[in-house]
Design a protein around this ligand. Sequence first.
Ligand code: GUN
Length: 292
Amino acid sequence: MQLLDGKKTSEDIKNEIAAEVQRMKADGQKVPHLAAVIVGTNGASLTYVGSKVKSCQQIGFESTLVALPENISEEELLDKIKELNEDDDLDGYIVQLPLPKHIDEQKILMAIDPDKDVDGFHPANFGKMALDMETFLPATPFGIMELLERYKVETAGKHTVVIGRSHIVGRPMSILLSRKGYPGDSTVTLTHSRTKNLEEFTKNADIIVTALGVPEFLKGDMVKEGVVIVDVGITRVEDASNPKGYAIKGDVDFASVSPKSSFITPVPGGVGPMTIAMLLKNTLLARKIRSR
Ligand code: GUN
């Protein structure tokens, strides 16, 4: 069993980006500028956005945090989006999800300038991804592709089972893994909450990507020997022994699944840090495209 170490790999990627930023600076070029919009005070979202801003500082990007109150109206948020679209200094930005219930998420994502949509959530960019055109790939699936590639995990002709059909992980993951070329060429089954006999799929899978949000759902008796496991789950569960009062659990029961797997991502330290690294990579691409 080999760990797919997202923490280390993401540090490698951040170092590569930092070196490129240094070169840009030395050439007198503008460095990439990323903004993150957060609405309200959701604890997990604040943590993620905080990490994104911190990573920008670490690698020499400019960053802006736009913190807005929970009770902001949809119209006011759309005004803010318009402002960010028109801000010529800004190369890319993200609107952290989920948004409060009174705001139509799809409407907000549609309002983001596709050229600044470094999350790759705008329909124009999602469409480009599906058609193999240059675009910003959604950071979590992009990070998983990068992790598989850097660990030289074989994907061609393999049966990959994706669990979860969300717009930001499962759906794009199924598209990327079935694309032509490495690390794609996989035969993908996209499973979800209405799938019958899920175990019949997981037991026959060469690669399993879980993006479910149910702690320790996937057990050792549901997978075959030699399986590759990518665990996207990050659920906070109460844990009195932890100083924070909670622990982070993946979708995979690591204790029973890891002995049967050839490669496996840990939680934390697997997919999570990769997501941030790929957001930074997308922002660098946005800057390069804007300077062409
Ligand atoms: N919420 C959970 N994951 C993500 C992400 O990748 N981007 C944004 N904007 N919100 C998220």
